[in-house]
Design a protein around this ligand. Sequence first.
Ligand SMILES: Nc1ncnc2c1ncn2[C@@H]1O[C@H](COP(=O)(O)OP(=O)(O)O)[C@@H](O)[C@H]1O
Ligand SMILES: [Mg+2]
Length: 225
Amino acid sequence: MPPLIQTKKLCKVYKETGEVLEILRGVDFNMEKGSITVLTGASGSGKSTFLNLVGALDKPTSGDVVFNGENISGFSRRTLNRFHRRHLGFIFQFHHLLAEFSAFENIIMPARIDRRNLADSKNRADELLEVVGLADRKNHLPRELSGGERQRVALARALMNKPDLVIADEPSGNLDEKNAEILKSQILELSRHFGQSFLIATHDMQLAEIATQRYLVAHGNISNL
Ligand SMILES: Nc1ncnc2c1ncn2[C@@H]1O[C@H](COP(=O)(O)OP(=O)(O)O)[C@@H](O)[C@H]1O
Ligand SMILES: [Mg+2]
């Protein structure tokens, strides 16, 4: 099976601050479809930088990102927007939910933006509320939810458009142990039952346990653990 993601000689250099920071130095990396791939590494090693390049939130200094056989490095802004909507889901350390919208409305948002069929989308959003155990919180606003519940809404939202890949940057970074454990088991469940692929950067060794593939980010490179 071809890899879901392949990076070729991926380089990222930051020059904005006057000094030259070589963060990624020619990373050749493959990620398998259906895997839970976990990146660990010291703070500042370049995990977020790498995820942002793979998720096309940022452009590499040089090198390529190939997603499902397609080189996304040359995509126009418009093609990239569509690519994000259709193929990727994101979760960050902070939930980034829209404060004025309910859990249900936040979850369904990616499908509304992609102008998907409303009835199907509503069914899918309800199904995802069940999956993350929040069916009884459907109409709650983010401020009426706990931190753990908000992050589970963010997980459901990331899955709304059935993405090929969910990219998660320190998804449990803001959670207590109990809620981190719930998030971890839901990610595992989604991987096992739906074959959902996850690319996760984390400091959380408990979360790293569910990895099917583990890598260390250090010295500008990514190596197998
Ligand atoms: N926009 C930027 N401009 C300059 N330096 C940056 C920028 N973004 C990140 N860095 C630097 O790149 C390094 C890697 O950052 P990051 O990818 O966020 O690391 P990690 O996620 O592993 O903690 C850090 O030293 C950080 O300060
Ligand atoms: Mg980071």
